[in-house]
Design a protein around this ligand. Structure first.
Ligand code: G6P
Length: 739
């Protein structure tokens, strides 16, 4: 209320000052015009009176004045005639009694100059104009014209009255409008925000109210929003902890990981390096949009960074990244860690990322019978980019004693050695997210020695499965000098030991996208079919994912069990990937073509077996599909882990969906209750789809419940904790001899 009064007071004072100021100016102007009019009329009258008056006074006439007065005087105009001594010879009767006030003007006229001014005569405003009377070149007297000027005052008063009315109306309007605007734009939004924060305090999950005016309340709403989110996160973590304590389980949560890092590492920041950044910025018209890339690595690492904080160094690959900045806090609006972007030019990106990493190492490590391409030029860029990232990391870690560095994936095989040489006090782990092939497959790589030596610079090398660890140690044993300690699973070279460990990566125990998506009926209605069963696939379009094979298996399912036509629909969310590489372009075409063929062969009016959405999908868009699917197909030909399988499971916490999972995905080791298939065997996969749609509800429930427990107990928080605990155990101060 006080704010409103202050605002209104200020507005009233301003209005008053402006209105009165303008009224005064208007008055002056009008007065000037009226006086000029009086002056003109008085001068004309004086001119008219002068001649006959000069004749009478000059000749010394005793009579004739009455006629003169009768001729020129009117109700609003009085006349007075004086002799050369200022004596009154004649005057209109109505002013005669108060002519003393004009004597000074008469004297001035007798001295030869006409005089005019405003005077009060008989209590009335009067314009007086006195002219000299000259007869035969001699001043013989004066003639005065007195004009009634009372209308000047009348006009003045009416102007002030008008001004007062104007002021009143304006004041009322201003008060009303201000009151409404303040109510709509200030009082109500603040009241809504207050109600929202009150609800949050009581623990309810409520969406923030719409911000009435972003320019006024945007920053405040953002702050409150981020505060509320932190609160909600803390509450969920606390509730989770409490539940676990009650259940006596030892599950890793975000909060527990935070505490662990605090205690073990004294809250030191954690450094992560990966090629893919957790958020890319893209330009959309004039606006800049944040995009979360389709990458299992990002899915896994982001919750860890949110829990531990620190610096994540990655390639700034988004079109608008440079406009947003090289060093930004994430998540935007509620920063928990820092993203440090490294810029690569087109040649570097093409040689290091598209070339050596994705046309060389990727097919080398995935056994999908895709021939790796090794080009010396690409290798040169790969080495140079590893150096570039190492320099950035060293710069970031400069002021941190004994920093912890988690190097991610096959893009940075050389980086552990580079960093460790410059910072022997750093604890470096390299986690290889993709499979490690057997020695026979690996030894075709022309730079196998350099790659292994680079990797062994780490204190800890992690793989997704024991099998990949075995392959790696065997490769090391048969490729380079050094002692492989099979008992401790380590490689000892000089005074440096690199430990090799299986650490199956995972996801956060809760799918973090807000759950306000469409329900099952809505999802199915949007597909335009009255189907009973919904199948879902979520993949990057990559030849390791076995997409064409999957669609062929779906076709086989409908051919073998035609009674399921129109009753089952399979939705594939396919995110185009690495599409500058010709093999990936060919795959995009092959995948679309396979979907087209399957649909052409089987589609009936109002139903088609496969709905194919080929574009980037945000997390929040994927969640409803996971949630309402009856089965999810993860049929990779080869995969390090595959986190789509685990995301599906955590989303189905209350559900009974069936997971059809490739035996050749690392996830198959962890999710034994999935229907495990050989993705190359079309009949096997078709049979699994049939099993998924015919399985009893109880069995589906039991299987899913076991898989949910598995993922929750082996979440990415546990993965990070194990990795960090292992690193913590490593002896410090080892130095690497130059190779
Ligand atoms: C795999 C790799 C990740 C990579 C992801 C997406 O999961 O292990 O390192 O980020 O694929 O591929 P992209 O080339 O788009 O980053």
């Amino acid at each position: 209320m006080r704010f409103l009064l202050r605002l209104l007071g200020a507005m009233w004072i301003a209005t008053l000052a402006v209105t009165i100021g303008f009224a005064w100016l208007e008055l002056q102007e009008e007065r000037r015009e009226l006086v000029a009019d009086l002056e003109r009329r008085a001068a004309l009258a004086a001119d008219a009176v002068r001649e006959p008056a000069e004749r009478l006074v000059g000749r010394g006439a005793r009579t004739g004045y009455e006629r003169l007065l009768a001729r020129f005087a009117r109700a609003d105009r009085a006349i007075a005639i004086y002799d050369d001594l200022g004596g009154l010879l004649a005057a209109s009767a109505d002013v005669r009694a108060d002519l003393g006030v004009i004597s000074p003007l008469v004297s001035e006229a007798l001295r030869g100059t006409a005089a005019r001014t405003m005077r009060v005569v008989l209590g009335r405003a009067t314009w007086v104009h006195v002219v000299p009377l000259v007869w035969e070149d001699r001043s013989v007297g004066a003639a005065a014209v007195l004009l009634d000027a009372r209308h000047l005052e009348t006009r003045e008063w009416s102007l002030w009255r008008r001004t007062a009315v104007r002021l009143g109306v304006l004041g009322l309007l201003l008060t009303g409008i201000t009151f409404l605007v303040v109510r709509w734009s200030v009082t109500q939004p603040i009241a809504r925000m207050a109600a929202w924060t009150r609800q949050i305090k009581t623990g309810k999950e409520v969406a923030p109210p719409p911000t009435a005016d972003a320019s006024l309340f945007g920053p405040l709403a953002q702050e409150v929003d981020s505060l509320a989110r932190s609160l909600a996160r803390a509450r969920i973590a606390a509730e989770h902890e409490a539940r676990l304590r009650l259940a006596g389980e030892s599950v890793w949560t975000e909060e527990r990981l935070k505490q662990f890092v605090r205690v073990r590492f004294d809250d030191r920041p954690i450094f992560v390096v990966s090629n893919r950044e957790p958020v890319s910025h893209m330009r959309e018209g004039r606006a800049v949009r944040s995009v979360r890339p389709a990458s299992g690595l990002v899915t896994a690492l982001e919750p860890v960074m949110l829990a531990c904080g620190g610096v994540w160094v990655a390639h700034g690959s988004g079109g608008a990244d440079r406009d947003v900045g090289a060093r930004i806090g994430l998540p935007e609006g509620d920063p928990q860690y820092t993203l440090r972007r490294v810029w690569l030019d087109a040649a570097e990106e093409s040689g290091y990322y598209y070339g050596f990493a994705n046309e060389g190492l990727w097919p080398l490590c995935h056994i999908v019978h895709e021939r790796p391409q090794f080009r010396a030029e690409d290798w040169g860029h790969y080495c140079a980019v590893n150096e570039k990232f190492a320099r950035t990391l060293l710069e970031e870690m400069e002021s941190t004693p004994a920093p912890i560095l988690l190097v991610q994936d096959y893009h940075f095989a050389l980086l552990p050695q580079m960093v460790k040489r410059a910072r022997p006090d750093a604890r470096v782990a390299l986690f290889w997210h993709i499979p490690w092939p057997n020695f026979e497959a690996f030894r075709i790589c022309p730079w196998q020695h350099e790659i292994l030596l680079g990797m062994l610079g780490a204190d800890l090398v992690g793989f997704q499965t024991q099998f990949h660890c075995n392959n790696f140690l065997e490769t090391v044993e048969r490729t380079i000098e050094g002692r492989v300690d099979w008992d401790r699973f380590a490689v000892v070279r000089g005074d440096h030991t690199a430990h090799v460990l299986p650490l199956p990566i995972s996801v956060a125990p809760e799918f973090d996208a807000p759950g306000n998506g469409p329900d099952r009926t809505r999802l199915l209605a949007d597909l335009g079919a009255e189907v009973e069963f919904l199948g879902i696939g979520v993949d990057r379009v990559d030849y390791t994912k076995g997409l064409p094979e999957r669609f062929r298996a779906i076709r086989r399912f409908f051919e073998r069990w035609p009674e399921y036509r129109r009753r089952v629909v399979f939705v594939q969310l396919a995110s185009p990937s690495r599409s500058r590489i010709p093999r990936y372009q060919a795959l995009l075409h092959e995948t679309e073509e396979t979907v087209r063929q399957v649909n052409e062969a089987l589609a009936e009016r109002g139903w088609k077996p496969v709905v194919y959405h080929q574009r980037h999908h945000e997390h929040a868009e994927i969640q409803p599909w996971y949630l309402h699917a009856d089965f999810c197909m993860v049929t990779s030909l080869h995969d390090g882990m595959n986190l789509v399988a685990k995301e599906f499971v955590v989303t189905q916490q209350q559900g009974d969906g069936v997971l059809i999972l490739s035996r050749f995905a690392g996830a198959a080791n962890d999710l034994r209750d999935a229907l495990l298939v050989n993705p190359y065997d079309i009949d096997d996969v078709a049979g699994a789809v049939h099993r998924a749609v015919t399985m009893e509800r109880d069995e589906r429930r039991r299987r899913m419940r076991r898989m949910v427990s598995q993922v929750q107990e082996h979440s990415v928080y546990r993965w990070a904790a194990m990795l960090l605990a292992e690193l913590d155990r490593m002896p410090l101060g080892v130095s690497l001899a130059r190779e």
